[in-house]
Design a protein around this ligand. Sequence first.
Ligand code: FAD
Ligand code: AMP
Length: 480
Amino acid sequence: MTEKYDVIVIGAGPAGYVAAIRCAQLGLKTACIEKWQNAKGEGVNGGTCLNVGCIPSKALLDSSYKYHEAKSELSVHGISTTSVKIDVKAMIERKTKIVEQLTGGIAGLLKSNGVTSLFGTGKLLSGKEVELTDHKGGKQILAADNVIIATGSQPINIPVAPIDGKIILDSTGALELTAVPKRLGVIGAGVIGLELGSVWNRLGSKVVLLEAMTDFLSIMDQQIAKESLKIFTKQGLDIRLGCRVTGSDVKTKEVVVTYQNSDGEEVKETFDKLIVCVGRRPFTEGLLAPDCGVNLDERGFIFVNEKCATNAPGVWAVGDVVRGPMLAHKGSEEGIMVAERIAGQKTQMNYDIVPNVIYTHPEIASVGKTEEQLKQAGEPYNIGVFPFVASGRALAANDSEGMVKLIAHAETDRILGCHIVGPSAADLVQQVAIAMEFGSSAEDIGMTVFAHPTLSESVHEAALAVNGHAIHIPNRKKRK
Ligand code: FAD
Ligand code: AMP
């Protein structure tokens, strides 16, 4: 007999498991199908984010930063450290334990909320039926009133540098290195390339990032991007812009990479390991039966409207598999919106306020519009900038590189964007995201009382600077 659910979710990453939990909370009979298997062949929830993405990368970023601090930063505080060593195996094992703890936690959350967790591969058939193929090949047909597709994304492979899992790695392989490579090449100086490059740079690799674009972090606010480039270069990351990789030749223990530099010359460089971080693509392989009625867009994403409805009635799609930034929290919020809409609520998601973070040190974080976007749209704006070097707390922590940049509408003073490179940028930008969600003006933040001494005061000062009222830096615009 066909088992019938109110909702079947395909994929248990941050988009899918969150959607499933919210559906169950709303009283819907919900199943969540996941095909991921761990090294022991067991089914695991959590998707890219928990298994090979956000969480393991942050675990390695934190470990490697502690090593770097112990080795190079503590002496300024009068703390001497000698013979600081890194045990890469122990670092990777710690990361793996965190992943196991969190993925196990998702299984517990699904269970306690009453979601039926099923392991295997889901395929959408016509009429909102789903074929489930378990890990032993057994098949069953399930049916639902609503199906939520949350099958995520996978790394893009480029033919000029095919992944061999030994010398040429994707982001997943780069989280499993057991020794520090002497010479590490990274193709792509985007979010993932910068994070992974930073991990191994701190541990002693000589890291070269080859980036095809001539602008660094081209979609970010360019003042913040330029400041970040200076900071990373000082840290020893060798970021080569305008360099397109055209080939790779794997030898026994190294790879010779060929690229065209910004002058159009062909250059060869040898690395012990090469990480390919050129972006991710939506994952829909084997997912859609030809008659299921779901369309893809021209870039291979599942086509959805702003409410995440596909063109097949009762079939929804959320997360990396649909348009928009590939971010865990974006997918989770879409999952909640869809669950609540299925339950008859009118929930909408505010796509204009989705924070974006690069977890380097210092972090880079942004929300809302960049100065370049506002210029292009012809919107009048005012800017307030506060450098961390003027923050007492940042100086006390010996962590004073970077700045907060706040942008507000020139006529209404409504906050339009905030861009930060600096200590705890991710947490600071979130304060502005909340303010933006409430339609706040720069003056509203300026009138809020901030605790002293905190890094948050830098947000306060940037907001005051928008209208020429900053206290702890000279104002570019002087106003009464
Ligand atoms: P996924 O997490 O990819 O989950 C989809 C799930 O669906 C997978 O578990 C997959 O096995 C399963 N699946 C696919 N097809 C089927 C099928 N037919 N049947 C059953 N199951 C199926 N984002 C951030 O916001 N912050 C970060 O710091 C961050 N760091 C990252 C670092 C790295 C190295 C990487 C690679 C990514 C990072 N991301 C980060 C991106 C983030 O991981 C993704 O945006 C997020 O995981 C997308 O969630 P999702 O649920 O849409 O897809
Ligand atoms: P992101 O989309 O943030 O993950 O960044 C991926 C980066 O890889 C982008 O900035 C691309 O410009 C870059 N990229 C893609 N293909 C190549 C290539 N062949 N050589 C160098 N950089 C590349």
